[in-house]
Each structure stands twice: as structure tokens, then as C-alpha cells.
Design a protein around this ligand. Sequence first.
Ligand code: ADP
Length: 348
Amino acid sequence: MKIKTKEMASLLISSMSAVAAVAVMFALRQPWLPTLCVGLGVFAFISVTALVIIRQYVAYKLKPIYSIVLSRNVHTQEIRSELKDKHVEQVSDEIEAWAATNDKEIARLKETETFRKQYLGNVAHELKTPIFNIQGYISTLLDGGLEDDLINRKYLERAEKSIDRLINIVSDLDTIAKLESDMLGMQKEQFDIVALTKEIADQMEMAAARRKITIMVKGADNLPSPFWVLADKHYIGQVLVNLVDNAIRYGKENGVARVKFRDMLDRILVEVTDDGVGIAREDIPRIFERFYRVDKSRSREQGGTGLGLAIVKHIIEGHGEKISVRSELGEGTTFSFSLPKVALKDIK
Ligand code: ADP
């Protein structure tokens, strides 16, 4: 027989005790009425006493487990009232569920820890190269290079390039840190995404011209257009800068970087397309990871930090929206993201 509850256990003990008491009364040849009374009395007394003792014992045994589960010192009395209407099996289910949640949490923490270690390692590695380069150029200049007109200017310019690289990495790391700690602090406002994109395209014209690339922004001419969005203008500006910058850096010379807008009822879809090197299918799922680069030397040579797309994804997802990418090797790449649209009647 399986004893599942404290009540069942106490009933069993009291019944056995009553039977034993009745047997003793029979052996002593007592009349049936006192025998019945003694039997009932023993049954009642033992069932109540046994129940109290069993409850106390179970609570005492569970005390260390409850103290671990609740991470504090638990009083036996508290456990007794908690267990009042519970089967022991229910307690065991609850503790198993607690252990499973804890296992999941530990696995998540381990994953975060591995990620943190990798991230720190990557940051150190990324910073090391420009720092060592600067050290090398300065040492050479101090060891006599300063007086050598053939190299002094060249080495200073190279040191400056490495410093620019350091500044870019630190500034991108700073943005990521801010995004991680301040995602809810986004300042959403209504603005015209086409006008913002045109401003950004103007600022990036020089960089595009260096690679003989034309930036084309295709919006509606009859502004205020249907392209008003509700988002953090500063951060969305950064998304556009990063995507257009990539379209220039990975676009082909004499090519075109296009930004198009699509009206999707309650959303605006923004697409940034280039006709450059493209991204291999197996690399696509990884390009949004921090410091992941398909072609490391090309990225560094072009001043890339490997953090641009990680920042873009963070910002878009922080708006509760999605970013996706389509690409064909040698043909070009399109990044598209959505933003909540503001209806014309709601524009303030
Ligand atoms: P990076 O600073 O290296 O450009 P990103 O995070 O912006 O870092 O991009 C990650 C990687 O994704 C790049 O190194 C590059 O290999 C690839 N990539 C990003 N944008 C494009 C694009 N428009 N065309 C081809 N490859 C791209």
C-alpha cells in the first residue's frame, strides 16, 4: 500500500493501535461496551497525536530544503502551514520544478559568462593591433626616424590612422554599452524618415565619392509624405549611417547605394541596397554578431570595427522591430528594417 498523505499515515497507525487495544481488552475478557469505548478512544487519541507528530517531523525534515529553495532561514511553523493542504508528492513536484528552473538559469548564466569572456577577449584583441602599431611608429620616430624626412611624415600619418581606428572602436563600444544599459531610455518622436535619410546621404557624399559610388534616396516628392515614423531619431540616424557606410565600403566602385521606402499599412519598410561584393549564404546568420567579419582584412582596411551591424540590430530590436538581409555573392546586398508609421491625421 502506498501512503501518500500525512492523514493516511496517521489513520493507519491509529487503526492498528485501536485493533491492538481491542485485542488486549478481549484477552482480558472485558465486556463489549468498555472494549468498544477503549478502541474508539485509542483510535481518536492516536490519530490526532500521530498527525501532529508526523506534521512536525515532515516540516522538520523539509526545513533545510525550503531554506535552500527560498534562500533564507525558514521557521518550522511556516512550513507546517505551507504543507497543511498539500500532499508530499505535490511538494516533491514543486521542488523538481524549482530545480529545473534553477538548472535553466545556471545554463543561461554560464552562456552569458562564456559570451562575456569571448567579448572581452575580442575587445582586447581589437584594441591591441592599433595600439602596437602606434607604439611601433613612435619608437621608430624616436630612434632617429624623426630626422628622416623620408619617413617622419608617413609614420605620423600612419599613427594618426591607428588612433582614428582606436577612436572608432571605443566609440562603437560606448554606443553598445549605452544601448545595453539605456534601451528603455529611447526618446521616440515623430519625424520624416525620408528627410533624415537625405540629410545623412548628403553627409556621406564625400566618402561615397572616394569610391565613385552614388547614393540615391528614393522617397516621395510631395512631403509631408506617408513616410513619417515614430522612433528615436538619433538612433535611427545611426542605423542609416551604418548601413549606408557598409553599402559604400562593400559596394563596387562606380556602383550605386540605394535607400528605398515602402508603405506597409502601419509600418514603413526601409531598404538599403548596394551592388557590391555580397555575402555568402553561410555568413548571413553571423554578420550581426559583435566583431564578426566575413573578410577581416577588407573590413579593417576600410576602417570597419566589426560592430556596426551589431549596433544596428540592437537599435531596431530596441524599437520592437526587425531587420533582415538578402544577399547574392557578387551581385549585392539589401538590408531592410521596419519602423512604426505615423498616419497623416496623427502627425503633430
Ligand atoms: P564592419 O565594421 O566590419 O563593416 P559590420 O558589423 O558593419 O562590421 O559588418 C559585419 C560584416 O558583415 C562586415 O565585416 C562584412 O563582412 C559584412 N557586411 C556588412 N555589410 C555588408 C554589405 N553591404 N555587403 C557585403 N558585406 C557586408
